[in-house]
Design a binder for this molecule. Structure first.
Ligand SMILES: NC(=O)C1=CN([C@@H]2O[C@H](COP(=O)(O)OP(=O)(O)OC[C@H]3O[C@@H](n4cnc5c(N)ncnc54)[C@H](OP(=O)(O)O)[C@@H]3O)[C@@H](O)[C@H]2O)C=CC1
Ligand SMILES: O=C(O)C1=N[C@H](C(=O)O)C[C@H](O)C1
Length: 243
């Protein structure tokens, strides 16, 4: 995603990559040198002109560290990384007391729309069985995806009777009424697919989003960064960027 963000930044006229870092050595990307992650705090402090926003797509532990460095430097944070535990989420949330922070499990407009439709459909279809399936490239490390977890939260908000997440399915027991099935598939170079199935008696609703490429997430994150820079400290939502 780091490569995608640099390429996407090059394609638009309203932003410039001031500092790029990675844990392991990486060749320059589109002419942008990528420094060692350990240099990040110093690079942020010395950047001229000052950096407006951090865009982070890494891993949960490093994301917390990058956000801490950005907070120290008074820089707005856009966080796309997924797979956080509760403590890591709390650390990112705490940063929002000092700087503007926008964390989203998915930076595509299509998923933002899917979330609204899923919430409405879940509320409109009481008693229906719900199953969520996500499919991603074989290199993805966290499962289920952050987006699937966001959709599950949305479904549970709309359906108080669904409280048991069943990951995968095996054995010989039938489905219970309180469960939501959750399925994570990993294959090839699939950019990201999310499907929500709602099935009742004699009718089935399937809602699916497919990302055509990972560039859509990079573009959305840069939209968020441009929108977030200069705002007051606080936690912001990607839907606000899309309004
Ligand atoms: N919100 C959204 O719309 C999207 C979110 N994502 C999320 O973004 C994250 C990154 O995805 P992706 O680019 O595909 O992952 P990759 O594995 O391809 O890249 C992760 C990068 O982060 C670096 N990194 C990982 N862990 C650490 C660490 N502990 N310390 C320092 N650097 C670290 C890696 O460094 P190294 O090169 O050394 O391995 C690598 O450069 C994932 O959490 C993914 O789910 C992805 C797409 C869209
Ligand atoms: O790792 C990915 O690739 C993606 N991760 C995000 C997630 O976990 O939901 C968003 C998107 O689906 C791609």
């Amino acid at each position: 995603m780091g490569h995608e963000v640099i390429e996407a930044a090059r394609e638009r006229g309203d932003c410039e990559v001031a500092v790029a870092v990675n844990r392991s050595p990486v060749d320059p990307v589109a002419g942008v040198a990528v420094a060692d992650a350990a240099e990040f705090p110093a690079l942020l402090a010395d950047a001229e002109p000052a950096v407006d926003a951090l865009v982070d797509f890494t891993g949960p532990g490093s994301s917390v560290e990058y956000v801490a460095a950005a907070t120290e430097a008074g820089v707005a944070c856009v966080v796309g990384t997924t797979g956080f535990d509760g403590e890591q989420e709390a650390a990112i949330d705490a940063a929002a007391e000092s700087v503007p922070v926008l964390r989203a499990s998915n930076f595509s407009r299509g998923i933002a729309a899917l979330r609204r439709v899923v919430s409405e459909a879940a509320a409109a279809l009481p008693g229906y069985d719900v199953e969520v399936t996500e499919t991603h490239h074989s290199g993805k490390v966290d499962a289920p995806s952050g987006t699937a977890l966001t959709l599950l939260d949305d479904i549970e908000d709309a359906r108080a009777d669904l409280r048991e997440r069943v990951h995968g399915r095996e054995g010989d027991a039938p489905r219970t009424e309180s469960e939501i099935g959750v399925h994570a598939r990993r294959a090839g170079d699939i950019a990201g697919e999310h499907e929500v199935l709602m099935a009742g008696d004699e009718n089935v609703l399937e809602l699916t989003h497919r990302a055509g490429s990972r560039r859509v997430f990079a573009a959305g994150a840069l939209d968020a960064a441009a929108w977030l820079a200069g705002r007051d400290a606080g936690a912001y939502d990607f839907t606000e960027v899309l309004e």
